[in-house]
Design a protein around this ligand. Structure first.
Ligand SMILES: C[S@@+](CC[C@H](N)C(=O)[O-])C[C@H]1O[C@@H](n2cnc3c(N)ncnc32)[C@H](O)[C@@H]1O
Length: 305
C-alpha cells in the first residue's frame, strides 16, 4: 500500500480513495491468490492493494478500454501530456463550445484520450452516460482547466499507475458482474463495490434493488471469501437492505464514516456511514464515536445497528 494513496487518472462517483488503506487491511485477513473486482470503477482499490494477480472488471467499457490501453502501452504518460496540452490550449481559447465539440466527438467515436479530457474537465468530475450510452455531463466551466500543473499531475498519475500495472499480472475485462462472478474460484478474494441502489439512472451505473438482491445471492454462494462495500446510513436514511440481505451469523458488518467529494447532488455530498460486509471475521474495535471519521472500520453486530 502506498501512503498517501495512489490516485488514478479517472474520477468517478463513489471512488474509494479515502478507504483504500482500510480495505487493504481488511483484505489481509483471509489472504488470497487472486483479487477479483466486478465493479472496479477507477481501479483505485486495486492500484493501492496491489495484488500480484487480479481480474478487474466493470460494465463501463470506456474505463476498461483506458486501463487496457495503459497496460498495453498504447496510452502513455507522454502521449497524454501532449494531447492534454494541445486540447487544453483549445479549451482555453474556445471555452465551452470546445468542450461540447470534444463530447460530441467522443460520443460519435469514443477514444480513451477524449474520455480522459472529458472526465477531467466536466462538471464536478462525475461520470454519467444517458440511456443510449452517450456521455452527457455538462461543461465544468473552467477554461484554464488544463494548466501545466494539472496536466503534469494527470500525466504523473498515468506514469505511476502504468508502473504498477506492468509489475502485476492483471486482466481488465468489460463485463456484467454476473459474468465476472461466474468465473471465480477457490482462493480468490472478491471486492465488490456496486453502485448504491436507486441513486443513479445512467447507462453504466443504474442499479436496482433486484440487482442488489441478485448480487447478494451470488456472493453468498461463492467458493471464496468476499468484501462487499455498501452504504449503511446518512443523516436522512438507513440502508434496510443490509439487514434484509446479510442477517446471518457467518457475515460481518464493519462501519466507518466517509465524506464524498464527488457528486452533483446535495445527497451525494453529505457524510455517509460506509459499510463493509465480509464473509470472514476481522479484528477491529469500536472507536470513540466523535473520532469515528479518522478511524478504521469497526465491526458492528447487526442487532445493534
Ligand atoms: C461505486 S462504483 C465503483 C467505484 C470503485 N470501487 C472506485 O473506487 O473507483 C460502481 C461501478 O460499478 C459499475 N457497474 C454498474 N453496474 C454494473 C454491472 N451490472 N456490472 C458490472 N459493473 C457495473 C459502474 O460502471 C461503476 O464503475
Amino acid at each position: 500500500m502506498s501512503n498517501p494513496p495512489l490516485v488514478p487518472p479517472l474520477k468517478c462517483q463513489g471512488i474509494k480513495t479515502k478507504l483504500v488503506g482500510e480495505i487493504g487491511r481488511v483484505a489481509q485477513t483471509p489472504g488470497f491468490k487472486r483479487w477479483v473486482e466486478p465493479f472496479c470503477g477507477s481501479c483505485v482499490v486495486a492500484l493501492n492493494v496491489q495484488p500480484k494477480n487480479a481480474l478487474l472488471s466493470d460494465s463501463n467499457v470506456h474505463i476498461i478500454k483506458l486501463y487496457q490501453e495503459i497496460q498495453s502501452g498504447e496510452l502513455t504518460a507522454t502521449l497524454a501530456k501532449s494531447f492534454l496540452e494541445e486540447e487544453g490550449n483549445k479549451l482555453r481559447t474556445e471555452g465551452e463550445p470546445y468542450y461540447y465539440a470534444v463530447r460530441e466527438r467522443f460520443n460519435a467515436c469514443p477514444t480513451s484520450l477524449d474520455f480522459l479530457f472529458l472526465n477531467r474537465s466536466c462538471f464536478n468530475g462525475v461520470m454519467r452516460f444517458n440511456r443510449s450510452g452517450k456521455f452527457n455531463v455538462p461543461y465544468g466551466h473552467k477554461p484554464q482547466r488544463f494548466a501545466q500543473a494539472y496536466v503534469t499531475k494527470i500525466t504523473n498519475q498515468i506514469r505511476r499507475i502504468s508502473e504498477v500495472i506492468s509489475s502485476c499480472d492483471w486482466t481488465f475485462v468489460a463485463s456484467d458482474f454476473r459474468q465476472t462472478l461466474a468465473s471465480v474460484k477457490s482462493g480468490d478474494l472478491i471486492y465488490a463495490d456496486p453502485p448504491y441502489a436507486g441513486r443513479h439512472v445512467d447507462y453504466f451505473n443504474s442499479w436496482s434493488e433486484t440487482d442488489e438482491i441478485e448480487l447478494s445471492s451470488l456472493l453468498k454462494r461463492l467458493p471464496c471469501d468476499f468484501i462487499l462495500s455498501t452504504w449503511h446510513s446518512n443523516e436522512f436514511r438507513k440502508n434496510d437492505l443490509i439487514e434484509q440481505n446479510w442477517n446471518e451469523a457467518r457475515f460481518h458488518v464493519l462501519l466507518r464514516e466517509h465524506f464524498y467529494h464527488v457528486g452533483s447532488s446535495e445527497d451525494l455530498r453529505h457524510p455517509m456511514i460506509e459499510a463493509l460486509i465480509t464473509s470472514f471475521s476481522v479484528q477491529a474495535s469500536r472507536p470513540d464515536a466523535e473520532k469515528m471519521e479518522q478511524l478504521a472500520f469497526f465491526e458492528m453486530p447487526l442487532a445493534a445497528i
